[in-house]
Design a protein around this ligand. Structure first.
Ligand SMILES: [Zn+2]
Length: 612
């Protein structure tokens, strides 16, 4: 931490210095240092307003710009957080109102003749989305970057936050921030990056028993957690944390907290990773039922492993952050895709997933982009930058975007898999992707305390593999077709990459039911429906004049390739008639099966890779 004002004392006589240091020193120094203290209250949750008091001491007098971030770490999308602010007011030390003006959408300029000012404002919080503030009669969820203003001067400096939960709630607040000893709900952060990466959850919450892993406490605290089997979740999550932290071998934080908000939608979830916490929205019905459990555990493993990959092992562009604009990187395929890969490895290492389930998930990663047109147009590094245009979520792409883009989650997972098998093959299974992650953690997080550049990542990877990796980086940086078979063969596996004709009389629509409407959820690339312009989200009304009443369309009788059918759809409130020409199309299954007669190295790699 800097104390740059020491230098002003140098010109004084020794006597004067002694006087200043011993008598006035602490006073002067403190008066000249920027200091930020927030007090957050919520006296009436039914009005969905957080009240913020900001006690700010400036290092000097004059105009000060206070900013609201335009995004929050982990969610790569511009947000209108400043738009939720109201009742902005500034007072000087004498309690007199001070003038301020908005200089742009996210900036409040305050003219200070005094160094100590008190700003107060309200923030509307009625969005249950995980990257925004929410306040209900039962719980409060705070994204600090959507609530607390910063100045450029204060960004690298320590900051204090006092939280006063609604008086009818329990006092405790769940957060990754550390509480000041002996001061309930007074938290400190070393700087605003730490503050903005530490959401807070309070209200009528429930805690699972503390999970101690390598002597470090891990908590799972939630609101409205529903019918979860608490005992099973605690036992399994402890295994996930243990196997996740084993990848790197040490735990870089003093405590970790999962902050969960339950929603009535069963089986759905969303999360954002943070420095030593994760925000989760979880469907609170049947989450541990067979069909949801693996998906849920992989999701927990994913958010947890981000505490390493992206929070500490990170591209150089991802921290310290610029909160005033998008923070682009070409390497999100590493930060997100490798985390998808590791969620499977971690859950498998915790023995919560079978080998077949892991292989099925890897196959899914590959088919997700290979069987869509976007893989011909966008590389993994281009998709990393494009996430800001996808509003942070590649799962939200519409039909047009699916034709032009890929998801870094899918392709990044496949790249991690190929890189892992390549390292294992080249080193006779002496090293693996884990060793690359460990060396990045040591060299960049621990020693240099910064992120890595693209060329530094490649250099580390080639050092671990002991061989050039140009081919893999070509797959990452271009749309060149990966030679999957070669990489899977390193583990004694075959992957079916042969294009086969999908059988005729198939329209190529995966449909679902929504409020008695039949909706196209997915339109398969090159299928008759895709060629006719059917888009995900279209409501299917009728086929050849027959009303469609179930997502499994009525069989098309007496039709052959080349025949035409009519389909009536509803899109944006307007009915449209489309002509579909029945046709077979090419598709690849990417089915993964064992190769006959694997050699010793292939068997060794497979078993070690699968954590058998
Ligand atoms: Zn992620």
């Amino acid at each position: 931490m800097m104390r740059s004002y020491h230098s002003r004392l140098k010109a004084k006589t020794f006597c004067m210095i002694a006087f200043l240091v011993f008598v006035l020193g602490p006073l002067l120094l403190s008066a000249q240092t920027t200091k930020t203290v927030f007090v957050i209250s919520m006296p009436k949750p039914s009005n969905h307003l957080y009240h913020v008091e900001l006690n700010y001491r400036s290092a000097k007098k004059g105009a000060l710009d206070f900013h609201m971030p335009v995004w929050t770490p982990g969610f790569y999308s511009l947000m209108d957080y400043a738009g939720a602010v109201s009742n902005f007011e500034v007072k000087g030390a004498d309690n007199r109102l001070l003038k301020w003006k908005k200089t742009d959408r996210t900036t409040w300029r305050v003219n200070t003749a005094t160094q100590n000012i008190k700003i107060s404002y309200d923030v509307k919080a009625e969005d249950p989305f995980i990257a925004n503030n929410n306040l209900t009669e039962d719980y409060g969820y705070i994204i600090p970057g959507a609530l607390l203003l910063y100045t450029k001067q204060a960004l690298p400096l320590p900051v204090t936050v006092k939280v006063k939960p609604y008086q009818k709630w329990p006092l405790s607040v769940a957060t990754g921030l550390s509480e000041l000893p002996g001061q309930a709900n007074v938290f400190t952060a070393a700087n605003f990056d730490e503050l903005y990466d530490s959401p807070l959850l309070m209200g009528r919450l429930e805690s699972l028993p503390v999970m101690m892993v390598k002597g470090i406490p891990h908590q799972f605290i939630g609101y409205n957690m529903g019918d979860l089997d608490r005992k099973q979740l605690t036992a399994d999550l402890e295994k996930i944390i243990a196997s996740g932290s084993n990848i790197i071998g040490e735990i870089p934080y003093k405590h970790y907290t999962f902050l969960a908000v339950g929603t009535p939608q069963g089986g759905s979830f969303g999360g954002i990773e943070h420095l030593n916490s994760a925000s989760l929205i979880i469907g609170n019905k049947n989450l541990l039922a067979e069909k949801n459990r693996i998906h849920f555990y992989n999701f927990l493993a994913h958010e947890y492993f981000h505490a390493y990959n992206v929070k500490r092992i990170r591209p150089i562009e991802l921290g310290p952050f610029d909160y005033a604009k998008e923070n682009y990187t070409n390497l999100l395929w590493i930060s997100e895709g490798f985390t998808v890969y590791y969620e499977n490895i971690i859950t498998r290492a915790a023995k919560l997933m079978t080998e077949q389930q892991v292989l099925d998930n890897f196959r899914q990663c590959i088919t997700n982009y290979e069987n869509k047109e976007g893989h011909l147009h966008q590389s993994a590094s281009a998709a990393s930058r494009a996430i800001w245009e996808m509003e942070g979520n590649p799962n939200n792409r519409d039909a047009d975007a699916l034709n032009k883009t890929i998801s870094v989650y899918d392709k990044g997972c496949a790249l991690a898999l190929m890189l892992d098998l390549k390292i294992r093959h080249e080193t006779r299974n002496q090293r693996s992707l884990d060793d690359l992650m460990k060396s990045l953690y040591r060299a960049y997080y621990k020693e240099k305390n910064r992120g890595f550049t693209e060329s530094e990542f490649k250099k580390e990877a080639e050092q671990v593999a002991g061989t050039p990796l140009d081919e893999l980086f070509l797959y990452a940086n271009t749309t060149a077709a990966p030679d999957y078979s070669k990489y899977f063969a390193y583990a004694g596996l075959n992957i079916d990459t042969i294009s086969r004709r999908a059988y005729g009389n198939n329209l190529g629509i995966v449909a679902g039911m929504n409020s008695n409407k039949i909706i196209a959820r997915e339109v398969i690339w090159q299928s008759p429906a895709w060629k006719a312009g059917v888009q995900p989200g279209d409501q299917i009304l009728s086929i050849d004049g027959n009303q469609v009443t179930s997502p499994g369309f009525p069989p098309l009788k007496d039709k052959k390739n080349g025949d035409q059918i009519t389909m009536n759809i509803m899109r944006n409130g307007a009915e449209k008639k489309l002509m579909l020409t029945l046709n077979s199309w090419q598709t690849r299954s990417f089915e993964i099966t064992p190769l006959p007669n694997p050699d010793k190295l292939q068997t060794l790699i497979y078993n070690s890779w699968m954590r058998n």
